[in-house]
Ligand binder design. Sequence first.
Ligand code: NAP
Length: 303
Amino acid sequence: MDTDTPLTLDHLKNWTFTGIPLAVLGFPIHHSISPAMHNAALAEMAKTHPAFSNWQYFRFEVPPNDLPQAIKVLYQHKFRGINLTLPHKIIAFQELEHIDATAQPIGAINTLSWTPDGYHGFNTDGYGLEHGLREDLQTTLKDAHVILLGAGGAARGAAIECAQRNCASLWIGNRTKAKADTLANDVKALHPSVSISTFEPTTPPDNLPPETILINATSAGLKEADPMPINLQKLRTTPKVYDMIYNPAQTQLLRSAAANGLANANGLSMLVHQGVRSLQIWSQKDVPVQTMRKAALVALNLH
Ligand code: NAP
């Protein structure tokens, strides 16, 4: 079957695939590079475990209103694993009975795993972020002073990951400060011992610790004309800069970080590692990280 063409639920009416299916669901979905990453990893894994030659990862375009039905039908067709991208992560969280404990406080899931008593839901984005930081910036959230930009879905997952991994302090900056305050209060309610402050990115705090990790979890930078989410020169700290955006590969923020001599990386490693973790959950095997990374770069035309 051609995995380049997005499928719809209608394709399941005459579904003839006899192997173990996996899928990503989104709306839109044509841009997703997950099929390229996962199918490359499965081909590599099949060299040592031939059973994986029967596994294939598809992509389905599913409008949000159809998601509950899609989950039921894919379960009946025994899709072993499902990834969810925008706008499905929160809807699916509300649909499933079984949610992994670490995903509960996030209120969103990106991974479903087939079990006899229904799909179990996980969120692997936080794992992806932590492992992306380790791989690209040789750092970790534990004991780190983290400046987090954004208060949407990605920032919520990152903030909870920071708290769960015992960061030393968390500084949340968002254009709409009220949303940063809400996020900070939600995280504080779950992890009262974590030190959390909020700010407006135009006026960053002047009491930041000397060494920090700055994570951009806003969508500012997806388009070339977007304003930078923060002016790095206004920051009284020397941050390592991680931009969750990976396409374009170089945002204005990352260019500015490089120009200021700051270590920096884009969000490709996060994307790769969230995929690695999903495939580990489904396969219960080691997953070839470099194969997935290479496939992602090829799919994005960045190799
Ligand atoms: P979202 O829920 O829509 O949140 C968007 C956030 O960006 C909000 O905090 C919003 O601020 C802020 N924002 C939007 N435009 C802005 C601008 N022009 N200037 C300053 N702030 C702006 O989106 P999301 O799902 O959290 O995703 C955020 C980013 O993370 C996206 O770029 C996405 O591609 C990326 N991401 C990457 C990965 C990965 O694996 N690498 C995974 C997940 C997400 P307001 O509250 O003021 O509107």
